[in-house]
Design a binder for this molecule. Structure first.
Ligand code: WT7
Length: 626
């Protein structure tokens, strides 16, 4: 099935001829990216567009800039200063708005606050905040003074936070006391107290009072602490609204973002200022056809890369309005997203297949009363979108008039990599073709091209500007994970097919990463969560196809001798995993078993478990022990 773009969409599209521009961009990607970089502001221009010393790429070498210089500073002497940068709607539907001018002042005040606590260029700051404006202000303030933020999703548990704070050796942690989440109140400060019990690096904890409380910061927990607690408001009120933006080298780190891989420990993905900002700027501009009056809504959370690149940084670098809703898609009811789209005249709406599938369950009638005439482009990200969900979204939200941009990318890629642009014809379920300047392909395990419509490994042959700079504190893992599996290329970890028209069809992860509602979790990480319970001897975890979540977690658990299996114990293990990682990692099924399939060297063969579970051929078992 081919869905052709409507003439109005093509008319307003930045890109009229994808194929032509793609060919040109691939003939000289450095020229393509250099021209984009020239649209942005630099303190000092680059001497060299790309320095590619496999496997490290450094873009705009010698250039100096700062993401904040482009996201805020450069608008201050223009009309954009009075445009709305951020509209934030709370769960109770109250709102806070910031113009580019106001946001700049808030960011400067908080940047000065950080400086007053001794934060310097290169210091690491953990941001453990829910979806509130302070989350964005804190991120921008870090970059403004050259500090490196590590945003930890507010749904992660105390243990998960602890690991991330320790790995980053954070000097400051920014959190909220508590926050509303649907009908619940999440006491997130308690997680911070627990995470920092034995911490040696944190000097200050800055607490945002999302819910007014009576106790002053520092006295919420009477234990003696090695760090000082301060309320955000008290800190900020003394500060000047003017703060110079730090001059950064193009490849200086801007942030670390932890993501799950194949080992038990999440990887700290590092992104820089120059290349990253050029990549995210161009991709949003062309894929969502950015124009000055856009109100862009990405329903993600800044705890994930989507929030970094496309809720915060790229919309501001593009000078448009970014929209954020604090609540969940079903609170106060399942029509909240549709109400907000109409009320705030959202023009571009970017969400995840899991949310679409969850909302599909409520049928179509509830959407009919909404107008949706402000919408111009829809987007999808996080996992493959099944054609049924695509068509439902296209019909009921897009009213068969506006295209869906199914964007394939990763924390590591920083920006969209395989994606349509609005003027092309689409096939529901396919992420179209590579973005300009991106030489992607699907190959076999030796790196050879494979026949059309055959499943293989998704790779990228040449560097792109927002490519990760490294894995924090672990260059070996950087090389092994991305550049040694297949010679000379970037190995994405996804399986895909390319069809006869050159369209990419992403199949899913080919490593032991599980995608639960678009959230990335590692089998090994989940298994070590299980064995942290003293009753468990061994565990193996697989992802199983799930109608709404994409994948769900199934665990096979061997209990220690003498431990009696029971339903209560299953419940206890669910709690163990939630405590170790967070509610996003809640297992759906637990089977108690006596044995796990292993190789002769003792490695669990999850592949065999998965095939058995799904009733599929088990494949090559020559390495299977017994
Ligand atoms: C993995 C990366 C990139 C932002 C959110 C996820 C899967 C992502 C798509 C898509 C099929 C997709 C891949 C990828 N994925 N977008 N449009 N179609 N699969 O970032 O947590 O780093 O996860 O998400 O498996 O490798 P992430």
């Amino acid at each position: 099935m081919l869905i052709n773009p409507k003439p109005e969409v093509v008319k307003s599209s930045h890109i009229k001829d994808y194929e032509k521009l793609y060919k040109e961009s691939i003939a000289d990607p450095e020229l393509f990216w250099e021209n984009i970089a020239k649209e942005l502001s630099w303190y000092k221009p680059w001497e060299k567009v790309l320095d590619w010393k496999f496997p490290y790429a450094r873009w705009f070498v010698g250039g100096q800039t700062n993401i904040v210089y482009n996201a805020l500073d450069r608008w201050q002497n223009t009309d954009v200063k009075n445009n709305t940068a951020l509209i934030w709607v709370a769960q109770d539907q109250s709102e806070r708005r910031f113009t580019y001018g106001q946001l700049n002042e808030e960011v400067s005040k908080f940047a000065n606050s950080l400086k007053s606590l001794g934060v310097k260029k290169g210091d690491k700051i953990t941001i453990y905040l829910p979806r509130i404006p302070e989350q964005f202000i804190a991120m921008l303030a870090c970059l403004k003074i050259g500090a490196v933020h590590s945003v930890v999703y507010s749904g992660f548990s105390a243990d998960a936070l602890k690991n991330r704070v320790e790995d980053a050796q954070a000097k400051i942690v920014i959190c909220s006391n508590s926050y509303p989440y649907g009908k619940k109140i999440v006491e997130s400060k308690k997680n911070v107290d627990e995470a920092l019990k034995e911490n040696k690096t944190v000097e200050n904890v800055i607490v945002v009072e999302r819910i007014k409380s009576d106790s002053p910061a520092g006295e919420q927990n009477p234990e003696i602490k090695s760090y000082k607690e301060i309320f955000w408001n008290e800190l900020v009120k003394k500060q000047s609204p003017v703060c110079p933006t730090e001059v950064m080298e193009s490849s200086d780190p801007a942030f670390i973002l932890y993501t799950s891989g194949t080992t038990g420990k999440p990887k700290g993905i590092i992104h820089g200022h120059g290349g990253y900002m050029v990549g995210i700027y161009a991709t949003l501009k062309f894929v969502f056809d950015i124009s000055p009056y856009d109100v862009f809504w990405s329903t993600a959370d800044a705890g994930w890369i989507t929030g970094h690149s496309y809720i915060l940084y790229s919309p501001l670098i593009n000078g448009i309005t970014t929209f954020v809703y604090e609540g969940t898609p079903d609170f106060p009811d399942i029509e909240i997203w549709w109400k907000l789209i109409d009320k705030y005249k959202i023009t571009k709406f970017y969400t995840a297949p899991t949310a679409i599938r969850a909302l599909m369950k409520f049928g179509e009638d509830h959407l009919k009363k909404y107008d949706f005439s402000s919408l111009k482009i829809l987007g999808s990200v996080g996992e493959p979108i099944n054609p049924e969900a695509w068509l439902w979204f296209y019909k009921n939200v897009g009213r068969e008039k506006i295209p869906i941009m199914d964007t394939w990318w990763q924390t590591e890629t920083g920006m969209f990599m395989v994606t349509p642009v609005p003027s092309v014809s689409l096939k529901p379920g396919s992420a179209f073709k590579p973005f300009f300047g991106i030489e992607a392909d699907v190959v076999d395990d030796k790196g050879n091209k494979i026949p059309t419509n055959t499943q293989g490994y998704l790779i990228v042959r040449k560097p792109w500007p927002a490519m990760l700079l490294d894995v924090y504190n672990n260059p070996t893992r950087y090389k092994e994970t991305y550049f040694e599996k297949i010679p000379n290329v970037y190995f994405a970890g996804d399986s895909a097919k390319i069809d006869e028209d050159g369209f990419y069809w992403i199949v899913g992860r080919n490593d032991d990463v599980i995608k639960v509602s678009g959230h990335r979790l590692g089998s090994a990480e989940l298994e070590s969560a299980f064995v942290s319970n003293p009753k468990v001897a061994e565990a193996a975890v697989i992802g199983k196809p799930h109608e709404v979540k994409g994948e769900s977690i199934k665990a096979f658990v061997i209990l220690k001798q003498g431990v009696v299996p029971s339903d209560e114990l299953k419940m206890e293990l669910v709690q163990t995993v939630r405590k170790s990682i967070g509610p996003i990692a809640t297992p759906d099924e637990i089977d108690f078993v006596d044995k796990l399939p292993k190789t002769r060297s003792g490695k669990i063969m999850r592949r065999v478990l998965k095939a058995q579970e799904l009733g599929l051929p088990v494949g090559d078992t020559s390495t299977l022990d017994d």
